[in-house]
Write a protein of this length. Structure first.
Lengths: 341, 341
DNA sequence: TTTGGCACTCGACGTCTCCGAGTGCTACTA
DNA sequence: TAGTAGCACTCGGAGACGTCGAGTGCCAAA
């Protein structure tokens, strides 16, 4: 177990390393943080902390650098004393307001905003939960074999997709189909009505049963398969940082960010027990991210889960990141909610 | 004017520099390309070419590097002899097929595909021309003051947007509105019917005139304002290249790629007289791109203009780029066309 | 006009040295 | 016994220096 003073030393080293980016020596700690103690004393403590796995030496005659274990300590200490009143920050930029109607554009903007504010990579995503309420579902005829399926969910999320029917289908049939679906599904959760809907349709519209089947399939895909949209923005902000010297790794990271499926995997791999979680360096399952840290925050409203996050160097400004995400998230979930109920 | 031999030398230098990335000396040219002539001869030619502004010396005792002027010569020579039969290349990956119904996802994939094949940045965009034919336009009620406007264009492009009405509006009115709009607009070009539609609606639905007005506004925005969607993909491919050592510039470039409006400006700034155009280095109006080259190719079908492009270092493989873009474009325009008429 | 020869230039690279920050250890002190 | 001061030691970084070699420009000869 760590003594009180050892803890102070670790936190000082982490703090100093985060701000300066250079290995921290005993003298620095003694002068800047534990002014009562001499460098020699600190040296002894640091030597022990090295053995315990909290600090690392890049080489013999250099200062110490925190390990993931030390960062963890630091982050936990932030999380503990964070129960102070969070001032409601960030009057949302109005550009964002103007995109209220287009969830995807808004997410992309938010990710870029986050990145800009923190000089790291911003993440913004939304996941449609199974319980999301359907507002309406429509089929718009395109030609005799194709129609556009359009789902509008409570809260303003809109999906559309072109589907192909196994047989020709008349516009009137489509209208019939959508009005029946709406009758049962509107205002309810899709996963709730899905089963009964299928039976009901099979019973009443049996001349169209095969077409109904493919329509339901398509809706299923829309509402569950592709149910998470996630955007990463502002990747260029980390380009200058001394922490990302290794171009090869940087490249791998950038490649990962472009793959929405990888991002999804990333977000899902983070334990989302509480609203906020921090993954530090090697704690990360994905190799490309092992010299990064991730702060993720998620909130839920109206059957959707909103995820905000930041990816930065291990020595990122955790405190700023946490405050930002915790300050922003309620704004967004609340705002989306109150908009059009 | 250049002599025959000077031309040969310039082209050799460009070619060699493109393949090796290192300044080219007179001996290299003499040995690899103009085997008949000695290094000294080449040296004299090169010295003159330097004065004429085709070649540059990074420093006194280094080989020559081509200037934009030389690249221009090189590219033009490719474009001239390119009139050979282009083998139909690239059986489109099937993933692309599966995204036929979602134009935006497809564009994003294409941009990444292009990037992967050429190790540069891929661009893919689509612009809705004024002459695009409307397939249908619908209003779906969301609540008493809001509706979703949905426009389906010939060729499968779908846009939607939430609009707010100045007054309450009943679902029946919306239906009335959309059926009237469709009556006049379906199968026609928006810019053709826009004016008469406005008058017609004002005449027949005057109790809703203010609402009609905002609806038409919204459609206008959908079909003209935001009419170009463009994606840049695979930016990580240029990270390793020796040509992009300067992190600052790279950062500016990446930032530009994330701004769709900048990309749009970029594409529009390129003269699109012929189907294919190449912009080299300083020829570029945007400062961020002055050490890049851009190859853009565009084709038109069904009222939409499809744009494919590549952004790479000045010493990019122009020949490969040109062949790729010219080979791919017809596939895509044709494919999109034949799909659902 | 072309070519071979030659002196010259200049960056890349390796070696060497010096400097200083930081360490570990030991002996001294309160 | 914990804390402190002193000291020898280590090691990377920066700068000085020398060498190497690719490439040039120019001149004189073919």
């Amino acid at each position: 177990m760590l003594t009180e003073r050892q803890l102070e030393v670790v936190l000082s080293v982490v703090y100093d390393y985060i701000t300066t980016g250079e290995p921290v020596g005993s003298r620095t700690v003694s002068r800047r943080y534990l002014t009562g103690k001499s460098a020699a004393t600190i040296r002894n403590e640091m030597s022990e902390l090295s053995e315990m796995g909290y600090l690392n030496q890049p080489h013999t005659s250099a200062g110490r650098v925190p390990t993931a274990k030390a960062y963890r300590l630091y982050v936990d200490s932030i999380l503990q004393r964070r129960r102070e009143p969070l001032q409601a920050l960030d009057p949302l930029p109005k550009e964002l307001k103007s995109r209220r109607d287009d969830a995807e554009a808004a997410l992309s903007m938010i990710s870029q905003l986050l990145a800009r504010l923190t000089h790291s990579i911003g993440l913004a995503g939304v996941e449609v939960m199974e319980e999301v309420l359907v507002q309406r579902i429509d089929f718009l005829p395109v030609d005799s074999r194709h129609a556009l399926v359009l789902t509008v969910l409570k809260g303003g999320l809109v999906h559309h997709r072109m589907i192909e029917f196994p047989l020709e289908i008349r516009p009137a049939d489509l209208e019939e189909l959508s009005s029946r679906i709406n009758l049962l599904a509107s205002g309810r959760a899709w996963n709730e009505v899905r089963q009964s809907l299928s039976e009901y349709l099979a019973g009443t519209l049996d001349h169209l049963s095969r077409s109904c089947f493919s329509a339901l399939e398509a809706i299923d895909e829309l509402l569950s398969g592709r149910s998470m949209r996630i955007f990463a923005g502002g990747a260029h902000h980390i380009l200058g940082l001394p922490d990302f010297q290794d171009i090869g790794k940087l490249q791998a990271l950038m490649a990962l960010l472009e793959e929405e499926s990888s991002l999804e995997k990333l977000v899902r791999s983070v334990p989302q027990s509480e609203g906020l979680s921090v993954v530090i360096g090697e704690e990360n399952p994905l190799e490309e991210l092992q010299n990064c840290s991730i702060v993720l925050s998620s909130g839920q409203s109206a059957g959707r889960r909103l995820v905000l996050g930041l990816i930065g160097p291990q020595r990122m400004d955790y405190e700023g990141a946490i405050v930002l995400l915790e300050g922003l998230l309620p704004h967004l979930t609340a705002g989306d909610d109150g908009d059009r109920q």
